[in-house]
Ligand binder design. Structure first.
Ligand SMILES: Cc1cc2nc3c(=O)[nH]c(=O)nc-3n(C[C@H](O)[C@H](O)[C@H](O)COP(=O)(O)OP(=O)(O)OC[C@H]3O[C@@H](n4cnc5c(N)ncnc54)[C@H](O)[C@@H]3O)c2cc1C
Length: 239
């Protein structure tokens, strides 16, 4: 909100992602075509065992798709105490994401400001993501899987409406679409289920235990693997 008010661009596409600043680099949070690594300059952290303070540059964080060094080699070793971002006073608007451009079009906004982008993102997210204060959920449960171009071509023959985005190494598939095709969208299993508007979000309708959510996740993973021959893996940390 401060960035929008001051017209500092770079994080507007990440509007409404719940969480603290310190957690943002952990999984290189991202949404609507932007990841935190694109505006990340560095961070300060304290090594839990030695209590030594250390800085990490962008490269040292080894950011990847929902990944960083803090989820791997340095898992559980550091507490992030401050993060520095490099924002732009000259907005470079990123409205390439389909849903954002649709909202802007419907509002007849041709030259969007970062506030327009933020508002569009908030509108899209509020319309399809359940509010964790009302229904327990951790946002997207699985990462979007990447497959080779040849695997994508084969899938496209069998499933012409499959959704895929080209990447450096192949094609990224929409995990939500795969899960939905397997019939999970809106399906309830005991106190758990895949959300009715976004199958990628697993929800806790009552007092479901972590084990029940995990069991559901395994079932969903298996059905996607059996149907498409594609492995989907959790984005969330399983503790
Ligand atoms: C409805 C909903 C929508 C979401 N949408 C998105 C999305 O679009 N994109 C996306 O990337 N994520 C999304 N998420 C996931 C979540 O918002 C992010 O992972 C966020 O960074 C979590 O922040 P938190 O403060 O709650 O961290 P927590 O969940 O409390 O912690 C996450 C991990 O980081 C560690 N950690 C937290 N703070 C620190 C620190 N200061 N130093 C070291 N380690 C730390 C914790 O130990 C834990 O391992 C969504 C979640 C929900 C519920």
């Amino acid at each position: 909100l401060i960035c929008i008010e001051k017209n500092w661009a770079g994080v507007e596409n990440l509007s409404l992602i719940p969480g603290t600043v310190g957690a943002a680099p952990m999984q290189n949070i991202g949404a609507y075509g932007v990841e935190i690594k694109t505006v990340f300059e560095g961070l300060e952290a304290i090594h839990i065992k030695s209590l030594q303070k250390r800085t990490f540059s962008n490269a040292e964080c080894k950011f990847g798709y929902r990944e960083s060094i803090f989820k791997h080699e340095l898992k559980g070793e550091y507490i992030i105490t401050s993060v520095t971002f490099k924002l732009s006073k000259k907005p470079a608007i990123n409205a390439s994401y389909g849903a954002i451009s649709e909202v802007l079009k419907s509002k007849q906004i041709e030259n969007p400001t970062i506030r327009d982008i933020s508002n569009a993102v908030i509108q899209i997210r509020s319309s399809k993501l359940p509010d964790p204060a009302k229904i327990g959920n951790a946002g997207s449960f699985f990462k979007n899987p990447e497959v080779s171009s040849s695997k994508f071509e084969q899938l496209k023959t069998d499933y012409p409406t499959i959704v895929g985005y080209p990447t450096e190494n192949g094609v990224k598939l929409a995990a939500g679409w795969l899960i939905e095709q397997c019939g999970w969208k809106g399906k309830m299993v005991g106190n758990t289920g895949a959300h009715k508007d976004q199958a990628l979000v697993l929800v806790n309708y009552g007092n479901a235990s972590g084990n029940e959510i995990y069991a559901l996740a395994l079932e969903i993973k298996k059905s996607v693997s059996d149907t498409f021959g594609v492995e989907i893996n959790p984005e969330v940390n399983i503790v």
